[in-house]
Design a protein around this ligand. Sequence first.
Ligand code: MG
Ligand code: MG
Length: 255
Amino acid sequence: MIELKTPGEIEAMRAAGRVVATTLATVRAAARPGVSLLELDEVAATVIADAGAKPAFLHYHPGWAPNPFPATICTSVNDAIVHGVPGRSRLAEGDLVSIDSAAVLDGWCGDSAISFVVGAADPADLALIETTERALAAGIAAAVPGNRLGDIAHAIGVVARAAGYGIMADHGGHGIGRTMHEDPHVANEGRAGRGLVLRPGLTLAVEPMFTRGGLDAYRTDADGWTLRTTDGSWAAHSEHTIAVTEDGPRILTLA
Ligand code: MG
Ligand code: MG
């Protein structure tokens, strides 16, 4: 079922989105060579708690996962694409880090992800990140009343393929509201002009996940959560929560 949100509910989601934006900015500022992923997770937990919110990922247990997610944020480093479980490993110069954060404030969710390189970067990794951000912007720009879900998917997918990147299979964006994951699924590749008609009040998480090696395939770590490329190439992930409004797309997870 797809629940359209009222303007007041979208404002409530904007407040949750602000918490997520602050979390990501604070984690990014703390991410330096030598810092462990668990330390970044603690930074995120503190920001979310100080805002009076709750992390949506902590204890999240979808049917496909063997165990509940054990942390506040997902930390996906280098060949990890998404859902990386923060552990004791420490960041090193040149690592490509994707941080995914979702929080619940007053019963409403925000969900956003950023990718960045720690320290000196390989220009090809920066290009990968810039391309996911550009695809995210293109997908968001297509989220206007009267367009269809396929227009968002198409806008994202063509950016990835033009750059020769892979698009992670079986994963994409989603509806969001009182819970982190709601209908509809928002694919990262598709046919323009197809699918659900976008209406004001529809709130979506849009999230391209691209791989440098050009493969769409992924594999799952023994932890049951961390998803990696099959060829060892590095991946990037960019996400915003948005609302479709009469005035166009509104990003709810900006700082
Ligand atoms: Mg997310
Ligand atoms: Mg999401």
